[in-house]
Design a protein around this ligand. Structure first.
Ligand SMILES: Cc1ncc(COP(=O)(O)O)c(C=O)c1O
Length: 366
């Protein structure tokens, strides 16, 4: 398996660097802050036994997840450990060597690497910065082969912060239906639209749509390691569950309990994340006005990440200098299989303000 470039990079720097400016996970909560949502929660948590849990996920959690969607029942939900795991259960249970996948890129590396490891080939369908990080649907027909099984759509998109227009979303669904493809919708940032409307979930609009969600990004609870897959085709979910037996088997009970509690207050947590993202968008706009010769961006529309274009040198060289000289961590775009032109900025943490102050001083000295 090709190493996961971003995870290796974060593992090296994330917990030792002074200022993390590239995180996709937003500010989190302490356990006691989450428990304060419900006066009965603390005793329920302390009274839990710590055995294995239901492989499909706790019924209450599956019901809470189903409520986030339109026309989805608890039995259409399979709880996983993070959103990372359902990427693996989906591809493992579906792909054979020689199969072909089309993926909207740039994206989270698992969405391409896991398929490649299973012997599939992956064709990129690139978002174009000049078009507001939108891909061109007219390119899709040229990418499809008789072996194509899956179209992977990560929208809102990590790392660009792009969000498909409704026209393009509909074109993607029509294309997948025409060719009988599975649609893997990585929707872990859905709900974090900065102003515009939310797209439907793939699982809502298509029987062959699998929607992935997670506690990590929208709700700020990455450490609970809870994610899920939603699909109305129960045989697909059953196949994914069978693959899960070789991975986590089941999720941790306390994490399921705390996730259920969090989802009962989903909009409060989502608004909390969005408030920080909106304020950080303004901060970056201000910084870019001061240093247009160094950095620019195509403003993200959704999610917790965006790409800054580095104007005077390669993004890797720039990030390395910034890290060594000022202790600020950005993620260069090569980590996302993208040219060495951009760095990813993370918008979900209040500490970005301090990091931008340090960056600003550093840029003044350049
Ligand atoms: C697009 C995308 N999908 C999946 C994941 C994995 O999420 P989790 O931390 O819930 O496993 C991430 C994490 O960064 C992501 O950005």
């Amino acid at each position: 398996m090709r190493p996961f470039a971003l995870e290796r990079y974060l593992s090296k720097h994330e917990f030792s660097v002074k200022h993390v400016a590239c995180a996709s996970d937003p500010d989190t909560l302490r356990v006691e802050e989450l428990l304060a949502f419900d006066p009965t929660a603390k005793d329920r948590l302390l009274g839990m036994s710590l055995g294995y849990t239901e492989a499909k996920g706790a019924p209450a959690l599956r019901a809470a997840i189903a409520k986030l969607y339109v026309g989805i029942e608890a039995d259409d939900v399979l709880v996983h450990v993070g959103a990372q795991e359902p990427i693996a259960t989906f591809f493992t249970s579906l792909l054979e060597p020689g199969d072909h996948v089309i993926a909207l890129t740039p994206t989270y590396q698992s969405l391409t690497s896991v398929a490649e490891t299973l012997g599939a080939t992956v064709s990129r369908w690139d978002a174009r910065e000049a078009d507001g990080w939108q891909p061109d649907p007219s390119q899709l027909e040229a990418l499809v082969t008789p072996k194509t099984k899956v179209l992977v759509i990560n929208t809102p998109q990590n790392p660009t912060g792009g969000l498909l227009t409704r026209d393009r979303f509909d074109a993607v669904c029509a294309f997948a239906a025409k060719h009988g493809l599975w649609l893997l919708g990585d929707e872990v940032y859905r709900g974090l639209e900065h102003g515009g409307p939310q797209l439907p979930a793939m699982a809502e609009v298509s029987e062959r749509g699998v929607s992935l969600g997670a506690m990590a990004k929208v709700y700020g609870l990455s450490g609970l390691r809870i994610g899920w897959a939603v699909c109305r085709d129960r045989s697909r979910l059953a196949a994914m569950e069978a693959a899960k037996d070789f991975m986590s088997i089941c999720a941790a009970g306390p994490s399921e309990m705390l996730s259920t509690l969090a989802l009962q207050h989903a909009s409060v947590l989502r608004e909390r994340t969005l408030a920080t993202v909106r304020s950080n968008l303004g901060l970056i706009d201000g910084l870019l006005e001061l240093f247009p010769q160094h950095l620019s961006w195509t403003r993200p529309l959704a999610g917790t990440t965006g790409l800054l274009r580095v104007r005077r040198e390669s993004a890797t060289a720039w990030s390395e200098r910034l890290l060594n000289e000022a202790g600020v961590l950005f993620a260069p775009s090569v980590l996302f299989d993208w040219p060495d032109t951009h760095v990813r900025v993370g918008l979900g943490r209040k500490s970005l303000g301090e990091a931008m102050g340090v960056l600003s001083t550093w840029l003044e000295r350049q």
